[in-house]
Ligand binder design. Sequence first.
Ligand SMILES: [Zn+2]
Length: 200
Amino acid sequence: MKFLFLPLLIFATTLLAGFGAFKTVIIDAGHGGRDNGGSYGKVYEKWLALDTATRIQKKLQDKGIQTCMTRVSDQFITLPGRVKIGNRFSNAIFVSVHYNFTWKRDVSGLETFYCTPQSKPLADLVHRGMLNEVRTVNRGVKYSRFYVIRHSKHPAILVEAGFVSNSKERGRTKEGWYREAIADGIVDGILAYRSAAQRW
Ligand SMILES: [Zn+2]
C-alpha cells in the first residue's frame, strides 16, 4: 500500500505545484508571413498551424473559455512579440501549435514540449488528448528550451502535430478531419487540465 501511495503522492504534489485555475488560453500559431515554417511543395507549416489554432479557439470559445490568438492571419510575429502578447495576461496558459519537419523522411508522429516543471502536467494531458484522437507514432513529451515556452510566465507547451516531411503524414495534415482531430485532442487535454486544477 505504502509503495503504491508514494508515487501517487509525488504525482499529486507535482500537479499541485504547477496548478492554478486559468482564465485565458493563449493560442500561438507558429510561424507566419515571410516565415513559412517547415514546408514541402505547397504544404506550409504556417497555414496548418493557423488553421489548427483557429479550430482550437472556436472549440474553447464554445466551452465558454476566454482565448487570445497571437496571430489570426498570415502575419510575421517575432518570438519575443509572441511571448509579450501572452505575458500581458494573468492566470493564463500558453499553447503553441506547430507541425514538424526533418530531413529524415521516414520520421512521423506527435511530440509535445515543455520547458518549466510547472508546464509538464499540461504537456502530458494535451499529448494524451491528441493521441486519443489520432492513431500515430507517439514521440513523447519532451523537455526543450524553445524560446516561446522558455520565456512565457505561464504554464507553456509547444505541440508538434505531425511531420510535413513525411509523405503519409503530410497527406493527413492536408485534410481538414486530421487538423480537426488534433484540435479536439488539444482541447480535451486543456479541459482535463482545467478540471484537475479545480479539484485542488
Ligand atoms: Zn514550427
